[in-house]
Design a protein around this ligand. Structure first.
Ligand code: FES
Length: 106
C-alpha cells in the first residue's frame, strides 16, 4: 500500500535549546523533538518501548542518546534502538531544517 508522506513545520530551530526534549502533537501522534549538542535535530515517537514506558521528551539527553526518565533505558536518537541489555525500538521520523524552520516527515 502506498503511503503519502507529509512534511509538517513544527518549530523554529533557533528556539530549541540543546539537550532538551520537546513534546509535539501532530494529528494522533505524540512526537519528541531533540536538538543535541552538535546541533542535529531528531524526532522520535514520544513513548518509551518499556512496558511501563514513560515520555521520552522528559528524558536526559547525552550525545545522540536519550535516557528514559522512568527506567533509565538508553535509546538512540538516530535510529530509535534501545541499547543493550534492554531491547526495543522507538519509531523515528525524518527531520529537515530549512531557514530556521524544522520540518518533520510523517
Ligand atoms: S519509560 Fe522508558 S524505560 Fe523508561
Amino acid at each position: 500500500m502506498l503511503q503519502t508522506i507529509t512534511r509538517i513545520p513544527v518549530a523554529h530551530y533557533s528556539n530549541l535549546k540543546q539537550r532538551t526534549g520537546y513534546s509535539i502533537k501532530i494529528a494522533d501522534k505524540e512526537i519528541a523533538l531533540f536538538k543535541v549538542t552538535n546541533g542535529s535535530v531528531y524526532a522520535l515517537e514520544n513513548h518509551s518501548p518499556h512496558p511501563k514506558g514513560g515520555v521520552l521528551s522528559e528524558g536526559l539527553v547525552s550525545g545522540d542518546y536519550v535516557y528514559c526518565p522512568v527506567y533509565d533505558w538508553k535509546i538512540s536518537l538516530i535510529d530509535g534502538l534501545v541499547q543493550a541489555p534492554d531491547k526495543g525500538k522507538v519509531q523515528t521520523y525524518i527531520v529537515e531544517v530549512e531557514d530556521d524552520i524544522i520540518f518533520i516527515k510523517i
